[in-house]
Design a protein around this ligand. Structure first.
Ligand code: BGC
Length: 252
């Protein structure tokens, strides 16, 4: 008997990654494929890349797809770090058409919600069935997902709260660290300030820190000064793919 498989695609501002996933073990079932995000990253241009990735694996089942956007009923409602043409695009319908599938075969999720689902099921939040867990992904922007007693509250967008009069992700995203060439010691106080702002109105039991920069979590998590216990994500860069694939396999 083979393992249950799903297929996940994670669309980001710099890369589009996809892979079949073992949705019982929460691990990639093949070598993932990454193609640079086209510029401009319009829905049509991105759909071509998604079709190429799905085609390369000869996958014909349901597909879970993430976007760095608020998503309701398959439609993208915001577009930070991706082309503005996504706003009000029926992404689910568009991908269904482009991939030659029924609408129900495509599941659209916010990228941080997908990463959070994977962490809560297979990763750092796997033993957290009760309480409030917030997953923050530090990358080009800051993504967030929130789970109360294991249930996702979708589209939280905590990366856009105001910190010292500015959009939080302009202050504390991992891309800010890179652009300003900050050391971990210089970047960590920005992250602390951001999380302390979040803590003014939320009392999570745990924060899980994800995104590419979580691979080096030992260099900056110990420097943070927050009220909430904070741990590193364990699925790292694959969380979005795994979460998307799992969501699609469950709903199919
Ligand atoms: C977007 C979110 C997204 C996050 C991470 C933010 O700018 O508003 O929807 O989850 O970036 O990509």
């Amino acid at each position: 008997m083979g393992t249950a498989r799903g297929f996940g695609i994670d669309i980001g501002g710099s890369g589009i990654k996809g892979c079949p996933v073992d949705v019982e073990g929460g691990v990639l079932a093949d070598e993932r494929l990454r193609i640079s995000t086209p510029h401009p990253s319009t829905p049509e241009a991105v759909a071509d890349v998604v079709a190429e990735i799905v085609g390369k694996f000869g996958w014909d089942g349901p597909v879970g797809i993430t976007l760095p956007c608020v998503i309701k009923n398959g439609t993208a409602l915001t577009a930070a770090n991706i082309d503005e043409d996504w706003i009000d695009t029926d992404a689910q319908g568009m991908f269904a058409k482009r991939l030659g599938r029924a609408r129900e075969q495509i599941v659209m999720l916010n990228d941080a919600d997908a990463a959070g689902l994977a962490e809560m099921r297979f990763g750092a939040g796997a033993d957290r069935e009760s309480g409030l867990v917030v997953v923050l992904t530090f990358g080009t922007g800051i993504g967030s997902s929130a789970f109360l007693d294991g249930q996702l509250l979708p589209n939280t967008e905590f990366g856009h709260i105001e910190v010292a009069g500015r959009d939080a992700e302009a202050e504390a995203a991992a891309s800010v660290k890179d652009t300003l060439e900050l050391s971990y010691e210089e970047w960590a106080p920005r992250v602390s300030r951001y999380i302390r702002s979040l803590e003014k109105f939320l009392w999570p039991d745990l924060i899980i820190a994800g995104g590419g920069v979580s691979k080096k979590a030992h260099k900056w998590l110990p420097l943070l000064q927050t009220r909430t216990p904070i741990v590193a994500a364990s699925l790292k860069n694959d969380a979005g793919i795994v979460g998307a694939a799992t969501a699609a396999a469950q709903r199919a």
